[in-house]
Design a protein around this ligand. Structure first.
Ligand code: GDG
Length: 488
């Protein structure tokens, strides 16, 4: 059967590891591989069952399989930057947590990383706050990371730095004498040059990126945005398919779409029966068909638009009343940033209006659960939901889309509705692809998903599942590290 029309051609950009047939040879960690040192803003708690953040989930899957050291902020707010580190062992992974002072937390994390870089990189200039102090705090904390990491490094280590909090880190490490290979992976989108140049620090950020040996992005669009920036603002840079040269410096660049451990997630989803699931969750029983959203509370996730689309679905299809419900799980994040308090208030108002209009004594149309649920409940909940509703306004990748596919029963799968602006849409064209700003069309696609024939659901799901399974967390890490090893 024919599914969607063929996806639009993807512009040529960089080495595409998803076509690398030799990849399986570098998936094994046997032999004398260099030690992997992962650095991210925060070290995830590898023993926790609740990790509501894509970086923690994706990286935890990858580093557990590879082993090594994971270095980052200890997550507390009362320490002194540069103070004593906390070291803990989790199987083959050593976790090292460093403290950050409350002032540094505010300037580096709340004001610069999440008050400027996050909205800017998600194309939200309207939410960007510019402050010189914040940039200085950002550099200061990156310097503290570098100074505490340096003495722990071994000569043959491979260093893999993650995400927008730590862009300047490689440049500082080099200044302190670090000679090991250093790669960088950006988990969030990389914006077009017109947007990036809205921050006065854009030159410094780009110089920071150019100090790495390998830059990894989620999508072709992100890679091309970096190349467009260099073409517009750094005429001395020579930009090839996979290689950038500036002066004496040569680095590689590539697209490495992050994945999940699909087999593990699928197993987790199968382990709990629908009856046991209902006994354990705050989700109501009577809905015949469930629409499910799972997102950190964040304005980039398109939640108000999603609520409005559900409202339009109920308005345009009154016959669905009492036959469908929408469960949105939204653990709060970054409460110290104003925009996050605003989005929460807006959602509470919308949810109240929708339930006020449609609810009945035996039916709550929209359940908005504003707290994290354990992963072993999220997975079966996804399996027993008819629609995975994943409609960010902009997203680096979006692991929830992949988890929803991995959780389904292939004989009777649900339907994924996916935003065209999620990085995952580049690989997941058999989903129902929607414009997350177009609430009318999203309502129509919800109806289409709820009424889709079994044969079509199976065909779409089979295509999606094979891709999610073939290019998972392990392949993502292996591909990045293989490319980093090739860099000079
Ligand atoms: C960033 C980028 C990129 C969510 N709520 C709960 C919960 N989660 C889990 C999900 C999923 C993860 O958190 C969220 O990952 P996403 O990828 O969807 O989004 P971000 O947190 O914004 O992640 C993103 C990612 O990094 C990786 O590179 O894909 O684009 O923004 O795993 O299941 N988990 C539990 N309870 C919850 O309530 N246990």
């Amino acid at each position: 059967m024919t599914l969607h029309p063929a996806p639009p051609p993807i512009p040529a950009a960089s080495y595409d590891w998803t076509n690398d047939e030799d990849l399986s040879s570098c998936l094994s960690n046997e032999g004398s591989q260099p030690r992997l040192v992962v650095v991210s803003n925060r070290v995830a708690d590898l023993s926790a069952s609740v990790q509501s953040g894509g970086l923690a989930v994706g990286l935890a899957d990858a580093i557990r399989q590879q082993g090594g050291m994971w270095f980052g902020w200890d997550g507390k707010r009362e320490g002194q930057t540069g103070g004593p580190m906390q070291v803990s062992e989790h199987g083959s992974v050593t976790c090292v947590g460093i403290p950050i002072s409350p002032e540094d937390f505010t300037e580096y994390y709340a004001e610069y990383a999440n008050g400027l870089l996050w909205p800017l990189f998600h194309y939200r200039l309207d939410l960007v706050h510019i402050s010189t102090n914040a940039f200085e705090g950002y550099l200061r904390v990156n310097e503290a990371f570098a100074r505490q990491l340096m003495p722990m490094l071994q000569p043959d280590d491979t260093i893999w730095i993650h995400d927008y909090h730590l862009i300047p880190l490689a440049g500082i490490l080099r200044r302190l004498g670090c000679r090991q290979k250093i790669g960088f992976f950006l988990h969030i989108p990389f914006p077009p040059p017109e947007l990036l140049s809205a921050t006065p620090d854009h030159d410094a950020l780009i110089e920071g990126l150019l100090a790495y040996d390998l830059l990894g992005f989620q999508t072709h669009t992100d890679v091309n945005n970096l190349k467009s920036y260099l073409a517009a603002h750094k005429p001395d840079a020579v930009v090839g398919q996979d290689v950038i040269r500036t002066g004496q410096k040569r680095l590689r660049v590539g697209r490495f779409p992050i994945g999940i451990d699909a087999a593990e997630f699928g197993k987790l989803a199968r382990e709990t029966s629908p009856e046991a699931l209902l006994a354990k969750t705050p989700v109501e029983t009577p809905a015949l068909q469930r629409i499910l959203g799972v997102d950190r509370l964040d304005y980039s996730k398109g939640l108000p638009e999603r609520f409005k689309a559900f409202d339009e679905l109920l308005l345009s299809h009154p016959e669905l009343g009492k036959h469908v419900n929408f469960v949105q799980i939204t653990p709060p994040s970054r409460g110290e940033v104003d925009a996050y308090a605003d989005i929460r208030a807006e959602l509470e108002q919308l949810a109240g209006a929708i339930n006020g209009r449609f609810a009945d004594i035996d039916w709550t149309p929209l359940q908005h659960i504003c707290r994290p649920l354990p992963r072993d409940l999220i997975a079966p909940l996804m399996r027993h939901s008819h629609i995975g509703f994943v409609t960010p306004l902009r997203d680096g990748m979006n692991l929830v889309a992949k988890e929803y596919v991995a959780a389904q029963d292939p004989d009777d799968p649900g339907v994924l509705i996916l935003s065209q602006f999620a990085g995952a849409a580049e690989e997941m064209q058999e989903a129902l692809i929607v414009n997350p700003y177009d609430t009318d069309d999203m309502a129509k696609q919800l109806y289409r998903g709820l009424t889709m024939p079994l044969e079509e659901r199976r065909a779409r799901h089979a295509a999606l599942l094979s891709r999610v399974t073939d290019f998972g967390a392990k392949e993502w890490a292996a591909a990045f590290l293989k490319e980093l090893a090739r860099s000079i």
